[in-house]
Design a protein around this ligand. Structure first.
Ligand SMILES: [Zn+2]
Length: 432
């Protein structure tokens, strides 16, 4: 560590904070807190933008060579909040392993996904999954997770207390999903005497292109679409967006269609303890094994993964026989096999994810091909993040706090939300 960095620590403030990434961009959240020579991190996220170099923020000692880093607290299982965990020290590297705290069901989603996605390295971590209601004493820090509504299941804000100083970190939040009650409870009964609120600002400065304000409005619009679709209903969303899977499932129930999920999605859902999710075995849920997942299971000889869904499976000939009785969860990699199976006549595709993703070259080309086959496409989506009005409600719950924005690109716009807003820069230490 250089002399100039050491001297920055000589502040008299009990609790020091440094945001490594997120002051100037959406994604890559990483907040370091330091007190009495000990440190914790809130999130360790992968930057979303390709031009973020270096990947590991400068000065962030992930090898923990002085063993001052006592824990990493992950707010929710989105890559821009946990994606750099693969770079922390491992036991075989001769350092003490840093405990990683993450909500139990959020962790379960990541673990159950590993066969099909690239969340590599989770198994080597010193994982400390927690349940709602947990409180942690870690060195001088007391950390209390607060459940919150977001497009990731099992999302949390964190309250950090050190010797009379209190900092509250929002993680990612919204107030219009299927867990909106957590947001309402928090703003009605917020933790008192917060000195600093670090608050996300994703949607500040972004033109509202969402015609659907809530998950329930997404369900209604999807049901309307399925009603007027003579063939197969196709819905494209993230398998890890549990709220959205429920929205699609509800639309299926309204229109008396069976919801066909894939094996990967079924595995994700197995980690979630909610009554409203489309688990195989619940009414109107079937499981399809797409080619790519079949290949993966074969490669890894993970036959037990697909075998457990054997009695719920549905096959292309069944879909072809009565397409109007089904809605199939899909992604662009499945378009070609659906076309080969002759299952797309009269079909409608509902895209239900961030529209920027659909503009990427490969996805746009596949969508074009699908439309060329006569498949209707419509976009029905609502945001995973708080609207500006919701952010105002959140901030108003902490009237005496300094407000530091994170996870945003419109810093000046965020300043309009409160007179208590202070802008910080990535990499600078400041006192709480
Ligand atoms: Zn998120």
């Amino acid at each position: 560590m250089s002399a100039s960095i050491s001297s920055e620590f000589q502040s008299t403030s009990t609790l020091q904070c440094r945001i490594h990434r997120g002051c100037h961009e959406i994604g890559g959240n990483c907040v370091e807190l330091k007190a009495q020579g000990k440190r914790i991190l809130l999130d360790l996220g992968l930057p979303l933008s390709d031009d973020s170099t270096p990947l590991i923020p400068p000065y962030l000692d992930l090898l923990n060579s002085d063993e001052s880093l006592l824990g990493i607290f992950i707010s929710h299982p989105h890559p821009d909040h946990f994606g750099l965990l693969q770079f922390i020290s491992k036991p075989e590297e001769g350092h003490s392993t840093i405990p990683v705290y993450i909500g139990q069901e959020g962790l379960g989603i990541l673990q159950n996904s590993q066969l099909f996605t690239r969340n590599a390295g989770l198994d080597d971590l010193n994982l400390k999954p927690f349940q709602p209601g947990a409180v942690f004493e870690v060195g001088p820090f007391t950390i209390t997770p607060y459940r919150i509504d977001h497009s990731a299941h099992d999302s949390y804000c964190f309250l950090i207390e050190v010797a009379g100083k209190r900092l509250f970190y929002s993680g990612d939040i919204r107030a219009h999903g299927r867990s909106a009650h957590y947001f309402r409870d928090l703003v009605l009964n917020p933790p008192a005497d917060i000195d600093v609120l670090i608050c996300e600002g994703t949607r500040v400065g972004h033109v509202e292109d969402f015609r659907y304000p809530t998950e329930d409005s997404v369900t209604e619009a999807m049901a309307e679409e399925f009603k007027h679709t003579p063939g197969l209903g196709l819905a494209w969303c993230s398998a890890q967006n549990i709220d959205r899977l429920v929205s699609i499932y509800n639309a299926c129930r309204i229109t008396d269609r069976t919801f066909v999920i894939d094996v990967y999605t079924a595995e994700v859902l197995r980690a979630v303890s909610r009554d409203d999710i489309p688990l195989p075995g619940r009414p109107g849920v079937r499981v399809y094994l797409p080619r790519s997942q079949r290949r993966r299971i074969k490669q890894e000889e993970a036959y037990s993964t697909s075998n457990k869904y054997h009695s719920f499976r549905v096959y292309p000939e069944q879909l072809r026989a009565t397409p109007s009785k089904f809605v199939m969860l899909c992604r662009s990699s499945m378009f070609a096999e659906l076309a080969e199976a002759d299952g797309l006549s009269g079909a409608t595709l509902i895209t239900s994810l961030w529209s920027g993703y659909l503009k990427e070259e490969r996805e746009a080309a596949r969508l074009n091909d699908l439309r060329a086959m006569g498949v209707r496409q419509t976009h029905i989506h609502c945001s995973g993040h708080a609207t500006v009005d919701e952010l105002k409600q959140f901030i108003a719950a902490f009237p005496n706090s300094r407000i530091i924005p994170i996870h945003l690109d419109d810093r000046e716009g965020f300043k309009e939300l409160s007179v208590n807003v202070e802008l910080k820069n990535d990499g600078e230490w400041w006192g709480v």
